[in-house]
Design a protein around this ligand. Structure first.
Ligand SMILES: [Zn+2]
Ligand SMILES: [Zn+2]
Length: 762
């Protein structure tokens, strides 16, 4: 039989995952000659041998992919024999359009952990141990293709032993780009408050000593600086809150292993998430025996927990042998610090000591946050371990840059049929955040050498992200598309579920610029990415002070009480902390509609009820009041408030005013806050189902920040299903504003496909 040659092209997550060595081993095992090559688009293979052997090779290539790799497409072309002598790994070709998928950073694998713990291994206690199955990727890559000279490891020259591993196709570290050891790789240094430096293992011991002594340590982690403190020490936690200006927002906790995790939280059903290569923070119910200081997570009994994601984290957590607060190295709402000089300047007022190292961080990547809702994981912050993995679209998209929302900002870029969503950037409220936002856009477009032919942005005229998009559109002379905020939420949820069929989107959140110029937030939108109809909304009310009301749930309480026909005075629930003169002013503002925009915000309705129950009258972070309200709510399925659905000229209106009056009545007869909160949640679930039944569309999508509430989300999903509806929920992108950029890309792409719909001709 004459030999045949096959040219194989593979796309997907196939770089930096040991794919080439896998191909090499397979080809040599079967006895084929040829070569394998990584380039900017994916992996290319040519193999030559008997037809059956080549076919067997292709079948096994697909069946036996390495654990963290993923093949999207694989094509085979048969060619005349090339006369190869052996099978070789060829050098990467850096030319051509860049569509290869950059892998996220991967948590340390079990084999590398074993190496680090093995006293006789040459990497015993080496904090930067990694292999082709684990280790840094996105946080160190400077450009494609993913090869060591294109990473922040380029300045470290491998020692003889590491080089041998790197060159040995049978080794787990074959072509592991960040491969390193004590002799040749990055090293840690501990800096104490007095200016003393300790290096090597002593640095880790000094860090552990600091934590046990109740000190706060700034740790240069994988994707940025983190702040660590003993989570069982109330003084340490309190000091960290005070210095970080973060009075109440829950802190995440790092535990050393699953045993320690089990003492702190009930991790049932989340083990695979915690121990998988993404290893996010998972929100889990705290055990009463957790031993955590009360200040770790004041408004709830849910704790965000993660396992160590690098050997460095593992060594510190195991040394401290107690749960540690692990939070972003920043002042409230600023992007996480990555540059050493900048970090020391920004964090020296917060941290008592620093643990730094000499491997540069190419880009900031926060820890991701996820939870298990309605039986499956859902991301609420998509960053380390996930970004920049794309969301695949069923069709090829124009190259669109989407600038995202104002809070929890991410940006997105479509290339081919992939939408690359950036890591979490954060709230665009400070010059530092704005700079990080512009930097991430430059980074993403440069990495894929993409020239956007369209820019999509939020419809809000004054957002930083909108102004950026306007400038960019003018400067690059490309069309821009303003996307209504809640429409983006709906389109995001559809894309997240891999569908372009329409749905009734229950899009509930705090704030989004409405088409009528009012503040939307309790919307029922029927449509798809191309268009929508606002078929229902919450009863509108006036928001005295606009933005000020976002920080002060008691203002929303005053607003809904007034809208419900009650005279607002300090005797009413939730208003006691106002001086009566202040209430008079608020009343006047609303009566004259001065600085009192109209809103249909579901988030503000949650705020109002939370304040009325005396839970949170002034909030210190987004979602604070709603989180407290959910926390106290009883979980009885019976008991609700009347919440009529009325008909206006254009849409159904969910009238919550009678519910507010009923809550006032309940409070007057000392019904508990838990019962009232429970009935409030049930009433909203009833309204969701009631509108869905009137609209009569078979599919319902739950999206927007309000659906980070377990009680609301799970009960709504279950009631909708038992009424015969299909329910779509977010899974791979957050339901909150972190998912907006994806939705903006999909809406802009749909407009692009519809002649005449783009704001200017493409
Ligand atoms: Zn490994
Ligand atoms: Zn070495």
């Amino acid at each position: 039989m004459s030999p045949r040659r096959a040219a194989i092209e593979i796309h997907g997550a196939v770089q930096g995952v040991g794919f080439r060595p896998f191909v090499y081993r397979l080809a040599t095992e079967i006895g084929l000659t040829g070569w394998v090559l990584n380039d900017v688009n994916g992996v290319f293979v040519e193999v030559e041998g008997d037809v059956e052997d080549v076919q067997r090779f292709v079948a096994r290539l697909e069946a036996e992919v390495p654990p963290v790799a993923h093949i999207d497409t694989l094509s085979v072309e048969w060619l005349e024999p090339g006369g190869f002598d052996e099978f070789e790994i060829r050098h990467s070709d850096g030319s051509g359009a860049k569509t290869a998928i950059i892998l996220p950073d991967l948590a340390t694998c079990a084999e590398c952990l074993t190496d680090v713990e093995n006293r006789t291994d040459r990497r015993h206690r080496y904090p930067f141990t990694n292999c082709t199955n684990c280790g840094p990727r996105f946080s160190i890559i400077r450009e494609l293709p993913y090869d060591r000279p294109n990473t922040t490891m380029s300045s470290f020259t491998m020692c003889r032993s590491c080089r041998d591993e790197y060159d040995d196709p049978s080794n787990r570290r074959f072509h592991a780009q960040p491969n390193a050891c004590q002799d040749c790789g990055p090293a840690v240094t501990h800096l104490d408050g007095a200016g003393n430096e300790t290096t090597g293992d002593g640095a880790i011991e000094a860090t552990v000593g600091d934590l046990i002594a109740g000190r706060i340590v700034a740790l240069k982690g994988l994707g940025g600086y983190q702040l660590l403190a003993d989570a069982t020490n109330a003084t340490a936690v309190g000091t960290l809150r005070e210095r970080k200006h973060r009075p109440a927002k829950p802190f995440a906790v790092m535990v050393q292993d699953l045993d320690e995790l089990d003492r702190v939280v009930d991790g049932t059903g989340a083990e695979h998430l915690l121990t998988g290569p993404s290893a996010p923070i998972v929100l889990l119910p705290e055990r009463s025996t957790s031993g955590l200081a009360e200040g770790v997570s004041p408004p709830t009994s849910t704790i965000g927990v993660m396992l160590p994601t690098t050997p460095l984290h593992r060594l510190i957590a195991a040394g401290a042998a107690r749960p540690l607060v692990a939070t972003s190295g920043n002042l409230t709402d600023e992007p996480i610090a990555i540059d050493d000089t900048d970090a020391i300047e920004r964090l020296e007022e917060i941290a008592d000591s620093f643990l730094v190292h000499d491997r540069p961080i190419e880009r900031h990547i926060d820890d991701s946050v996820t939870w298990v809702v309605d039986g499956a994981p859902q991301l609420v912050r998509r960053s380390r371990g996930y970004a920049p993995m794309p969301i695949a679209s069923s069709t090829t998209l124009p190259t669109i840059l989407a600038t995202g929302a104002h809070l929890k900002n991410t940006v997105a870029l479509s290339v081919g049929s992939n939408v690359f969503i950036s890591q979490h950037i954060g709230d665009l409220e400070t010059p530092r955040a704005e700079a990080a936002f512009a930097q991430v856009i430059d980074d993403l477009t440069r990495m894929y050498e993409a020239t956007p032919s369209m820019v999509a942005h939020d419809a809000h005229p004054d957002y930083v992200s909108t102004r950026y998009a306007m400038d960019r559109s003018r400067f690059d002379d490309v069309p821009r598309v303003a996307v209504q905020h809640h429409h983006a939420h709906l389109a995001s949820c559809l894309a997240d579920n891999g569908t372009d069929e329409p749905a009734l989107g229950i899009t509930w959140d705090g704030t989004g610029w409405g088409l009528d110029g009012s503040i939307w937030g309790g919307e029922f939108l029927l449509g798809d990415a191309s268009s929508f109809e606002r078929v229902a909304h919450l009863r509108p009310f006036l928001l005295p002070g606009g933005e000020a009301a976002v920080r002060e749930p008691r203002r929303s309480a005053a607003a809904v009480l007034r809208e419900a026909g009650l005279d607002i005075d300090p005797a009413l629930p939730g208003l006691a902390s106002f001086a009566s003169s202040e209430l008079g002013i608020l009343d006047q503002m609303m009566a004259k509609q001065v600085n009192s925009p109209t809103t249909t915000s579901a988030g503000r309705l949650f705020d109002a009820v939370s304040a009325m129950l005396g839970l949170v009258e002034v909030s210190t972070f987004e979602g604070h009041a709603a989180m407290a309200l959910e926390h106290v709510a009883d979980t009885l399925e019976d008991g609700s408030y009347a919440i009529p659905i009325t008909r206006s000229d254009e849409a159904w209106v969910v009238d919550w005013a009678p519910l507010i009056r009923s809550i006032v009545d309940d409070l007057a007869v000392s019904v508990t806050p838990g019962r009232i909160a429970g009935k409030f949640h049930n009433a909203l679930v009833g309204a969701i189902v009631g509108v869905a039944e009137r609209v009569e569309h078979p599919r319902v999508a739950l999206t927007g920040g309000c659906f980070q509430n377990r009680l609301l989300t799970e009960r709504a999903a279950s009631r909708l299903r038992s009424s015969g509806f299909d329910v779509l929920m977010h899974r791979s992108v957050p339901p909150n504003d972190g998912g907006i950029s994806l939705g903006q890309v999909m809406v802009a792409a749909a407009r692009h496909d519809t002649p005449g719909e783009a704001s200017t001709p493409a």
